[in-house]
Design a protein around this ligand. Sequence first.
Ligand SMILES: CC(C)(COP(=O)(O)OP(=O)(O)OC[C@H]1O[C@@H](n2cnc3c(N)ncnc32)[C@H](O)[C@@H]1OP(=O)(O)O)[C@@H](O)C(=O)NCCC(=O)NCCS
Length: 243
Amino acid sequence: MGRKTAASTAKGKEKRQQRKEEQQRISQAMTVVAEANKLDDPLEPFPVFKRFCKNGLDATLFVKKCMKLEENIRQWAFNLTKRNMQLKYEQCSWGWSDEKKLEELMDDAAWYLVAKSNEGALLGFSHFRFDVDEGTEVLYCYELQLDPSVQRKGLGKFMMQVLELIAFKNNMRKVVLTVLKNNQYSRFFKAINYELDESSPVDDEDESYPYEILSKFNKRLAPPVTVKSNSNGHCCSGHGHHH
Ligand SMILES: CC(C)(COP(=O)(O)OP(=O)(O)OC[C@H]1O[C@@H](n2cnc3c(N)ncnc32)[C@H](O)[C@@H]1OP(=O)(O)O)[C@@H](O)C(=O)NCCC(=O)NCCS
């Protein structure tokens, strides 16, 4: 028991104050995320970015919430993800599950950026979400998948630029994604200036992680204040996103 000293009371007060500020930050972040999720078309302010015409590709881009996406597009998004990623998941501790990937892709919170050719062929997509991650408002890129026939023509880079525009216009503090270390395409994200995020897990003697978390900051806003949690990371490619 004992009596509290003046110093320990002050410490308790400081802690309570800190906790209060943290809660306020999180609730502010949740408000910003909720606003973004109310949008109908996040691409509307950027008409120039609705078309990609380069290296023999002529594509139209649009953004929709998963719930509003046509069934054939949903099916295609799953099939393409499976085709591009299954083997990579199976080669690491994640493993592949059709059910888990479908559940993740079809979540009510999922948004889609889709690229389509003029002939109507589906070329690539990103599954992203506006979310609070470690106390910070972020655009989390869960998936960026291009049909193998259109890779390495600049479309992936363009689509990431579109996600950044959408994120920063809507006051997200960073764009975050998870890449598998065994995926050669993680070099793509480094090439377009994504850097190791502070939430990325660090290997030690007991555990090594098959993935890393990369991010790009919104330069217009102050650096995010992170709230530590034992987060598992989301994924541009994995099941690690369940908090
Ligand atoms: C990864 C992916 C999205 C990249 O999109 P992309 O349109 O093919 O890439 P870009 O043409 O925009 O590449 C931009 C730059 O990134 C780098 N890059 C892209 N692919 C690369 C690769 N496989 N290896 C090394 N660097 C690569 C290059 O520097 C490239 O510039 P350059 O072509 O002028 O040299 C696409 O290839 C893809 O869908 N891959 C399969 C799925 C996947 O692994 N997704 C990522 C994890 S979710």
